[in-house]
Design a protein around this ligand. Structure first.
Ligand code: 5GP
Length: 191
């Protein structure tokens, strides 16, 4: 998606070879016009499937996922991140490790929002090591539902997440694929 790539080049900031900051339009301040275009792009691609809900993980996935849910006419379900080991009952939960933030948390969601036999589309802001995707997939399966597609705004293709998602047989669309990062420098996979 050209508009997104141009915006990353203009306003993104590569901290080092591993981490890209996009605080001015996606992770802290949000550009609604760009989110709308992102939602339309995911909607156009994933319309070929029948999904029952769009799922995302708080907080940075919410803006693009909301616009995707709107484009597809589906409800949006937000999985919560909790660092506390004390969790309320009636929740599905699974541990996730963040290599980027170097912390551990639980992904959790109320049992009343996942239904056996349903199929879901996950939208997230970044794909790095694929830990969020694997966590969401395992929660869906615990509920007897399935994860059928993954839409990623920014994929860091030099990290192992993409291969892991493909190994699971999931249909994945990443709107910007980054080949490499260096301090102050971003290189995309496609020309
Ligand atoms: P994964 O689960 O694929 O290892 O990591 C994806 C999650 O980590 C995303 O939900 C995102 O919040 C965070 N993340 C991974 N890499 C980056 C990055 O380079 N920049 C930002 N802002 N977040 C990242």
């Amino acid at each position: 998606m050209d508009e997104l790539k141009q915006r990353i080049l203009k306003d993104g900031h590569a901290l080092n070879q591993q981490v890209l900051r996009v605080d001015s339009f996606l992770n802290h301040q949000v550009d609604p016009q760009l989110m709308h275009a992102i939602g339309e792009a995911f909607g156009k691609y994933f319309r070929k499937h029948h999904f029952d809900k769009v799922i995302t993980v708080e907080a940075s996935g919410i803006a693009p996922a909301q616009m995707t849910a709107l484009a597809l006419g589906l409800p949006l379900l937000i999985m919560k991140k909790q660092t506390s080991k004390i969790l309320k009952g009636d929740m599905y939960k699974t541990p996730v490790h963040s290599f980027t933030k170097e912390n551990d948390y639980h992904l959790c969601v109320s049992k009343k929002y996942l239904k056996a036999g349903e199929k879901y589309l996950l939208i997230d802001d970044f794909l790095a090591y694929g830990q969020v995707v694997m966590g969401v997939k395992s929660i869906c399966e615990e509920a007897g539902a399935s994860l059928g597609g993954v839409g990623i705004v920014i994929e860091k293709s030099f990290q192992p997440g993409r291969a892991l998602v493909e190994e699971q047989g999931l249909d994945i669309l990443s709107l910007a694929r980054i080949k490499s990062l260096a301090e102050g420098y971003v290189e995309f996979l496609e020309a």
